[in-house]
Design a protein. Structure first.
Length: 508
């Protein structure tokens, strides 16, 4: 062996040894500094409008890059799952359909800096003192039937603050929205409820009386203003100790709150399950909602009762028993095609339970909020009308475009929703075209054909499929506002991608 060969071999050996040492050092450093989120964390977030601070407890378990656990906050609790990438993590609610993470954050130096939806939070290892105080358990009442309040003989129509304004709603916004409901023609078209969603609440005093927060200085004066416009006003609460936004709910104060609503002049209550899940099991939904139904009835004031329980517990079967006028059959809607169509598909099994005074609710309208196309918004409005759904606009009425106005104020479509027979359509699929047929009180039918595809479709409506009592006498396209003719017992039209053909067909 030459000197050169020995030298080269030695260099190779030394290089290999050096690389092995470097790799070992890197592995040891990695093991030493790799973050681990396993454990219980206490997070503090934004200050609510009533002066309280949002608090959350994260009970997490990390297995490699997988993260699972349970999260509790003021107004909510949920099992979570997600992933860890280095020090960064993302968590989604196990039973939620959100595409956007519920919680994101980064672990550094023993603390977490993150976002809960769109709000910043800081978390540290939790102590026993951080636990939420335990509530005294209140047994649900024995079941009985709450008398029908005589309201909502057709699906309620109006406007709700949440989809656009969320926690940013305030007194001035509601007043200007009420003004716009009148000047825009919404009121004349039938939209009469102006509903304030979550985040109006203050804190309870020593006697349990719930005040409003700084955003709503005088709820009675606001109600009087809305009433002066010929409109009605709605409000929001929860059967749990907290609302979804973390504000005080009605748990243990149902009769007190109901009387307060009546004294203010409230005409509509949306009652959201939220933190009730921290107290009650889902099989206790009916008696829990019954308690507020009784409380509203006892006030003597006609108040529409809207149950918001996300379709749990076969609510369509017992909603009327607790005094409910409408009840959610779905999770929250978002301004997206998949969310909108997903919610409406869940209406199908509930169809037999819709009727005057009691309606299945696939959540509020997103028409005009900007993330769907005009054709998709026409489909949205058509499907809500065909399923006799409540029509609660969620856009900015004050600044809506002419196209949005034409969709929300289409009186021929609204008439389908408000038909006094109160029947709910069900879908029949034919490939990428989906047909909905709704019988109407005058013997005619509304028929909608939805193009689920992203390409133009050709829809054929056959009179033989419409269960009319006689041959077709007339047919009208409710979006083009034009009469159309059936030839040889059928009518064919082009339907744009994600668009709809909506007809009203009468028999001889």
């Amino acid at each position: 062996m030459s000197i050169t060969t020995v030298s080269t071999a030695r260099k190779t050996t030394l290089l290999a040894a050096g690389m092995a040492g470097l790799l070992l050092a890197m592995m040891l450093t990695s093991c030493k500094t790799a973050p681990n989120l396993t454990g219980k964390w206490f997070a503090t977030g934004k200050t609510l409008a009533n002066g309280e601070q949002q608090k959350t407890i994260l009970d997490l378990k990390q297995d490699g890059n997988q993260l699972t656990g349970h999260v509790r906050g003021l107004g909510f609790q949920t099992d979570v799952k997600g992933t860890v990438n280095g020090s960064h993590f993302e968590l989604y609610g196990v039973d939620w359909n959100d595409k956007k993470p519920f919680l994101t954050g980064d672990l550094s130096n023993g603390s977490i800096e993150g976002m809960q939806w769109d709000d910043k939070f800081t978390a540290r290892p939790a102590t026993d003192a951080d636990e939420f105080p335990k509530l005294a358990y209140i047994d649900p009442p024995p079941l009985h039937k709450v008398p029908y309040n005589g309201l909502a003989k057709t699906p309620p129509m109006g406007w709700n603050s949440w989809n656009l304004f969320a926690e940013k709603v305030d007194d001035q916004t509601v007043r200007t929205m009420a003004d716009a409901m009148v000047t825009s023609g919404m009121k004349d078209a039938g939209y009469i409820y102006v509903n304030i969603d979550d985040t109006w609440e203050g804190v309870r005093d020593a006697n349990g009386v719930l005040a409003t927060n700084k955003k709503f200085p005088d709820m009675k004066a606001l109600a009087d203003y809305v009433h002066s416009k010929g409109l009605k006003i709605g409000i929001y609460s929860s059967p749990g100790p907290r609302t979804c936004g973390g504000y005080p709910g009605s748990y243990g104060h149902e009769e007190q709150d109901a009387k307060m609503y009546a004294d203010w002049g409230i005409d509509y209550l949306k009652y959201d399950w939220c933190s009730a899940s921290t107290v009650y099991k889902n099989d206790q939904l009916q008696p829990v909602y019954q308690r507020m139904g009784d409380a509203l009835h006892a006030t003597g004031r006609p108040i529409v009762y809207s149950l918001c329980e996300y379709g749990m517990g076969s609510v369509e079967k017992w909603g009327p028993e607790v005094g409910g006028n409408l009840w959610r059959t779905t999770g929250d809607i978002s301004d997206e095609w998949d969310s909108m169509t997903g919610n409406i598909e869940k209406q199908a099994p509930t169809a037999p339970y819709a009727g005057p005074g009691h309606w299945n609710d696939p959540d509020m309208l997103e028409v005009g909020n900007g993330k769907m196309s005009d054709d998709e918004y026409r489909t949205h409005m058509s499907l809500w009308a065909l399923t006799a759904a409540p029509l609660l606009a969620g856009n900015d009425i004050r600044t809506m475009t002419d196209t949005t106005r034409s969709i929300l104020l289409n009186k021929e479509v609204i008439a389908i929703d408000q038909d006094p027979l109160g029947k709910q359509a069900s879908p029949v699929k034919n490939g990428n075209l989906e047909t909905w047929v709704k019988p109407l009180k005058d013997g005619s039918v509304a028929v909608g054909v939805v193009n689920l595809d992203s390409a133009v479709g050709s829809a054929t409506v056959k009179a033989s499929d419409l269960q009319l009592k006689g041959a077709v006498r007339s047919a009208r396209d409710l979006w083009s506002h034009s009469d159309v003719k059936f030839a040889n017992g059928e009518y064919t039209a082009t339907v744009p991608p994600h668009g709809v053909l909506l007809l009203r067909v009468s028999a001889r």
